[in-house]
Design a protein around this ligand. Structure first.
Ligand SMILES: [Zn+2]
Length: 351
């Protein structure tokens, strides 16, 4: 197949060919032209997604397939799955489904996360991390903080020593570690222990932002999920301190993420689809990142070429996987264009 159009991120009009699911940059005799004009964007990335998770916990594999297809229809062709209660490895064998990088199961303490989702650890975090590192695809997901009902507020789950030891175990096994964090207090311990990424990060302060920037720690803010904080606060009845904390974190979300971007923290787009958030909403997250101050081109990059590069997937270069989304108009000029892909090609197959 032959595609001709303006290729992002460089924005140059180019010709690409596709052979056996791979991009070729030199002419292929007899290739059929399937795209002539428009804008070619490297397959979108949802850097925080839960395939296999529904509003009531784990779902059947068939529903997980539907979730992945919903993401694909939005242009998401690469998913960093941030923890799933079911084994989604069978989905990785299907050529029609987005690529999934699994983080195994969430690791939490008993009663310190949503029930029936993660593995629960009383004391030996390092062993649990080693098990999930072996089970996942190079990422381990910790719950970094959660409401402590004894305290009535968000509180860290792990001590600094537990984190330092566990993150070293993951790194020695070749896996990266990320953590769910809403509040302020869990962040210094996680970042100083060498964690690779922070999810949500609503409790970031100037100090922890500069710590992340200096260590190169990534942030995936999941802005469209943070929009649910006021609702969480409204349902927090017996825990007014926690409710107020959640409202405060929500109120300063835009400033917090803008400061992180400004400080040079790498920020990528993740929807947190799977629990309270529907699948297929990557464009909403791109637009939300733009709204808090990321340029339009960087917001697309945060869900495409920059996120791909971070996760080890090249964009539309010689030999790269032919994962491309084609748009009629320039999405850099108007992000709403991203809602209407003309063509979605995954592994060189047109959907
Ligand atoms: Zn999540």
């Amino acid at each position: 197949m032959h595609l001709r159009g303006v290729v992002l991120p460089d924005g140059e009009p180019r010709d690409l060919w596709v052979v056996n699911g791979r991009v070729r940059t030199r002419p292929v005799p007899g290739a059929q032209t399937v795209v002539d004009g428009g804008f070619l964007v490297p397959g979108l990335v949802d850097a925080h997604c839960h395939v296999g998770l529904g509003s009531h916990g784990g779902v059947e594999l068939s529903e997980a397939v539907e979730q992945a297809l919903t993401d694909r229809a939005a242009g998401t062709l690469l998913i960093r799955d941030c923890g799933s209660p079911i084994d989604t490895t069978p989905l990785q064998e299907r050529l029609d489904l987005p690529r999934i990088i699994r983080a195994g199961r969430h690791i939490a303490r008993p009663k310190r996360y949503l029930p029936h989702i993660g593995v629960e650890v009383e004391s030996d975090l390092a062993t649990a991390v080693a098990e999930q590192a072996a089970y996942g695809d190079g990422w381990v997901k910790l719950v970094g903080d959660w409401i402590d009902r004894g305290v009535g507020d968000l509180a860290p789950l792990w001590t600094d020593d537990e984190l330092a030891q566990a993150i070293k175990v993951a790194h020695d096994a070749g896996a990266k570690v990320t953590a769910h964090v809403f509040g302020e207090d869990a962040l210094p311990g996680l970042i100083n222990a060498g964690i690779d990424c922070i999810e949500h990060g609503t409790g970031l302060t100037d100090d922890t932002i500069s710590l992340m920037a200096s260590r190169g720690t990534v942030l995936v803010p999941t802005l469209i999920n943070i929009e649910t904080f006021p609702g969480i606060a409204d349902r927090a009845g017996k825990y007014p301190t926690y409710a107020n904390h959640m409202r405060d974190l929500h109120a300063r979300m835009s400033t917090t993420v803008a400061s992180a971007i400004e400080a040079g923290v790498p920020v990528y787009a993740g929807t947190d689809a799977g629990g309270g958030i529907q699948h297929g909403r990557i464009v909403d997250e791109i637009i939300a990142l733009h709204r808090v101050g990321m340029s339009a081109v960087d917001a697309i990059g945060a869900a495409s070429w920059n996120a791909r590069s971070w996760l080890g997937f090249p964009s539309l270069t010689e030999g790269a996987a032919a994962d491309v989304v084609v748009y009629d108009e320039d999405p850099r000029e108007n992000l709403e264009v991203l809602r209407s892909p003309r063509m979605i090609m995954l592994r060189g197959r047109i959907h």
